[in-house]
Design a protein around this ligand. Structure first.
Ligand SMILES: [Zn+2]
Length: 358
């Protein structure tokens, strides 16, 4: 089973693997989350139309569905086993923050329905916001399914922004010349995307197809812009290193996905302020105040956010992202912060591995 945020991800992320699955006789289901309908620049260019309304976007989405089906046929995949969920393109982060339980349930249902042995989905570190929001929701869904079904093998991919991090932990899928050519042919079925992104797409095809396991996608995966530190049991500190050239278009935000002590997930959005100040963490869906924190603006572009985590579940991890999009892509994806059990937290020394490394 492949979870693809958009038409084209099937070919870009899994063009070789899908051919191999087919050759091995596997039944393949591809689930497209969005139709890729919110894709204004190529549409304006191709349709020579500046203002795009809802009908225009729907037409574009229908075309992209057809392109996806054509690409799957090139890869030899039975298109009778494809699902389009019609979630909002470029809207998956909002969906996640407004109703994380519902979004996780969408994935739980599609996974239970097919019961895959092998499950392919995006990485937390993918810098496309739809991709990394999908990753968080998949983490929630897989956790909820732990007691309900045998865990499938997980194959996590980053289409956007992970080139330099190719290391020993990844599984590279070997490819023959014929398979590589078929993958490129499948990518080229996405004609609507080639006009503006053709070069980038062909570059994606030149790198090897690779995946890592779910375990590698989580736990202390701090990135260059966001680091975490537990300070005793009373607070979590996030250190944000803002990019030097900060676009003034929008203040960066910190997105938090946490769980109440009862286990219900909730989203929080915090705008990074210009000076040190206290802050209330408010649930996006209900506007209820959940907990409090403190912003500390220090020299340079370094900012610290300290949060009181006492209302949060210690059985669930926290997910945090620096939401800053200079143009289209994120600066970095989500990180998962493991939450040690209360008793353990109080007696264990501060887990400062990452801080020491920094
Ligand atoms: Zn995508």
């Amino acid at each position: 089973m492949l979870i693809a945020p958009h038409p084209d991800d099937e070919s870009l992320a899994c063009g070789i693997s899908l051919q191999r699955a087919r050759a091995a006789g596997a039944t393949v289901r591809v689930v497209y989350l969005t139709d890729g309908e919110n894709n204004p620049w190529p549409q304006r260019l191709i349709e020579c139309k500046w203002r795009l309304d809802r009908a225009d976007r729907e037409r574009w989405g229908r075309m992209r569905r057809q392109e996806a089906l054509s690409a799957l046929r090139v890869l030899g995949i039975d298109t009778g086993n494809v699902a389009f969920l019609g979630l909002p393109d470029q809207g998956l982060t909002d969906l996640l923050l407004h109703d994380p339980a519902a979004m996780a349930r969408v994935f739980e249902n599609v996974i239970v329905d097919f019961a895959p042995t092998h499950l392919f989905f995006p990485s937390l570190s993918d810098i496309h916001a739809d991709h990394n929001a999908t990753a968080v929701a998949m983490h929630l869904a897989l956790r909820n399914l732990e007691t309900r079904m045998p865990a499938p093998a997980t194959w996590v991919f980053a289409v956007h922004g992970r080139d330099e991090e190719l290391d020993d932990d990844v599984a590279v899928v070997p490819e023959s010349r014929a398979e590589a050519a078929t993958k490129l042919a499948a990518v080229e079925e996405h004609r609507s995307q080639l006009k503006l992104s053709g070069r980038r797409f062909r570059d994606y095809c030149r790198r090897p197809e690779y995946f890592h396991e779910l375990e590698r996608d989580v736990a202390w995966t701090d990135n260059a812009f966001l680091r975490t530190q537990w300070v005793g049991a009373e607070s979590i500190t996030l250190t944000l290193q803002l990019p030097r050239r900060l676009t003034l278009k929008a203040r960066p935000r910190v997105l938090v996905l946490a769980h109440r002590s009862g286990g219900d997930p909730l989203g929080v959005i915090l705008t990074v302020p210009l000076r040190s100040q206290h802050v209330d963490l408010v649930e996006v869906a209900t506007q209820d105040r959940i907990t409090s924190g403190f912003w500390e603006i220090t020299a340079g572009n370094t900012i610290r956010l300290t949060i009181d985590p006492s209302p949060f579940s210690r059985r669930h991890p926290l997910y945090v992202k620096l939401d800053h999009r200079p143009i289209f892509f994120d600066t970095a994806g989500w990180i998962e912060i493991a939450t040690p059990p209360l008793g353990l937290m109080e007696s264990a020394p501060a887990r400062s591995k990452v801080v020491a490394a920094a």
